[in-house]
Ligand binder design. Sequence first.
Ligand code: SF4
Length: 408
Amino acid sequence: MNPALLKLDLYCKGARLDDTCFVEQDGGRRVLRTRAGLGSGLEVILPGGLWTNIPVAEPFAQKSPYSIHREAGQYRLRRRGRDVAALALSPRPEWYDRTSSTGKPMTRIGTLQGTYLGVYPAKVCEYWTQKPQKENCKFCSVGLNLGVDDADEKSVDEVLEVARAARRESGITYVDFNTGHYGGDTYLDILEPYVTRIKRELGLLVGIQTPPHRNLKRYDALREMGVNRVSFCFEIFDPETFRAICPGKHREYGLDYYLEAVRYCAALGRKGPRHEPWVTNGEIIAGLEPPESSIKAIDWITSVGAIPTVCVFRPLVGTDLEDASPPKTEEMVPIFRRLYEACMEKGLPIGCAPNVHVSLVLLPEECRYLSPRRFPWRTLKLKAMAKALRFSLGRRFAAAPTAAEVAR
Ligand code: SF4
């Protein structure tokens, strides 16, 4: 029973949902085609407290050896019919069933991904609407999602209302904003008003995931503003595969510029404000290039002081790669083992943010279950950092004004 291996194996194989399962009636979350192009599955918590998103809607999941059953009111995972583990459904908060004061279902403004709030605040990524030919990334489902499970435009007030409900009722500590590409590099201009209000009124940790702005000085301003995480999804480290899978990103920015943005932002950690933690992520998708190339990406990202986010490729229904096969678990294990070891070797701050459980990726700290190596001093240091951050955020949340105080 290795929880990281189970999480990984389920990403690669998916699971069949048995007819005995009534996820929503049992307090679970509806399967949503979420943003970022890789989420489409059932949100559950595995043994060991690992939150995950199990593919259940794709054809490959229908052939999986895993199946999920409900027995005596409890959800169980079986493999080839044999009981493997108990599963807990990720709880669906009450606010999931409410509308905002503007009348939109709150889940069309933001959704929980694990235990943080994910918001895709603007119109669809322009690679999807490019003329004469679309230039979307081949694995991406964002252009299929918007307007289905997600509202097209979300005002700052609407997002604040949902973030406040998620803070109060779900105990979130972190809000993640995600945009695609917009001509004129407007994505940071779009996000800044949301960030400013969330930092001022809720004191939450905030991260943004956008293309790399052409003026890298803009990230100095975000750092000053109190943003805690910037993430750049270059997806693929092999230049030829990058060009084939991400034609829009290749034409607009190019792989080298993505890497330059990762390097630049990672160096901003040394600047203030000191009370705001800062991490830079380089995000890749394992399973779309050879494992050695993914490992090279991990080594490069960590060498500049950034933390890799490694997704597992999921051939989502309706995407250009829907007929591709998901990766094999045994090919993924060395990648995720290296993820943990490289982060620990470089002393990067992994696993420090309180109550941030991520369902769509296997986190670096979760990958410790895949490595025989232990890093006792660094582990102690990380625990101390986590404690200090929990303390400082606790004070900040306690001092945040209520909605009524803000309205006055
Ligand atoms: S940049 Fe690529 S992955 Fe991101 S939303 Fe656009 S098409 Fe999808």
